[in-house]
Design a binder for this molecule. Structure first.
Ligand code: MTE
Length: 259
């Protein structure tokens, strides 16, 4: 029941929440098509009996069903900005729990430096997964340090409801300081590794969609500027470094330039 979730006061200051009928009908979920109107097609996703497998450099690999995983943590609501690399943005009230809680539960070994996340693979439900030119399943990755940041959030609901299929039911990541493609949907596998994973978009075009993908108005995409963004249902606004979350995340990148 997502109706009486506690709203995290630190992440509720954004007043301009995107209306649900806009945000839930303008999505990227390439498993179901390459337009923004995949919300109907995404209803074919069957989330019954969903499990998540935790493997790799952990004390003991395990598989857990989604309901018992969710019941281990108290859920909270966070209102986060969501900025796509395509230069549109929205503001969503997500329900979920901090990724760091699942990291702790997984007991990573000291040799674990990265986490690789994978989406389901089921071409019978997701017809675009029949397209051979994509490296299915969708994969994303983070450093362990990024995964332990307080902002890294595993999402199981939106707008006070169980997560909409088009938003990546039953569980997806949201990393509000990174371009939206890092926020992988419908996760089935979490693997701890010592080597940097190669993500879906990085494999397809590493010069356009690199591993870090931190929102940065001063680093243009090779084919367009990132200085401004089109707010769904609104006008245009200046894009902020780390999407406005610099105070929370800039320490992660103090050693690197341009991240
Ligand atoms: N995850 C999967 N499995 N497949 C996808 O196509 N698209 C990404 C990301 N996660 C995608 C995905 C991109 S490009 C963006 S911008 C966001 O999901 C879109 O999330 P939204 O539809 O909830 O706005």
């Amino acid at each position: 029941n997502m109706a009486n979730i506690v709203r995290n006061q630190r992440f509720n200051s954004l007043t301009e929440v995107t209306p649900e009928n806009l945000s839930s009908r303008y999505n990227n979920f390439f498993e179901f098509g390459s337009t923004k109107s995949i919300w109907k097609e995404a209803q074919k996703l069957n989330t019954e009996g969903w499990t998540i497998n935790v493997s790799g450099l952990v004390e003991k690999p395990f598989t857990v069903d989604i309901d018992s995983l969710i019941s281990k943590f108290s859920l909270e609501e966070r209102i986060y900005r969501h900025r796509c690399v395509e230069a549109w943005s929205m503001v969503i009230p997500w329900t979920g729990f901090q990724l760091s809680k699942l990291v702790n539960l997984s007991r990573p070994l000291s040799s674990a430096k990265f986490i690789e996340f994978k989406t389901f693979y089921n071409p019978k439900e997701a017809s675009e997964q029949k397209a051979r030119w994509y490296p299915w399943p969708y994969v994303e990755g983070l450093t362990l340090e990024e995964a332990q940041n307080e902002l890294s959030f595993l999402v199981v609901g939106a707008y006070g409801k169980t997560l909409h299929k088009q938003f990546g039911a039953p569980i997806r990541l949201h990393l509000p300081w990174k371009y939206g493609f890092k926020s992988i949907k419908s996760i089935v596998s979490i693997r701890f590794t010592s080597e940097r994973p190669v993500s879906f978009w990085e494999y397809l075009a590493s010069n356009e969609y690199g591993f870090w993908a931190n929102v940065n108005p001063n680093v243009p995409h090779p084919r367009w500027s990132q200085k401004t963004e089109r707010v769904l249902g609104g006008s245009s606004r200046a894009t902020e470094i780390y999407n406005g979350y610099g105070p929370e995340v800039s320490y992660l990148y103090s050693k690197h330039q341009n991240l």
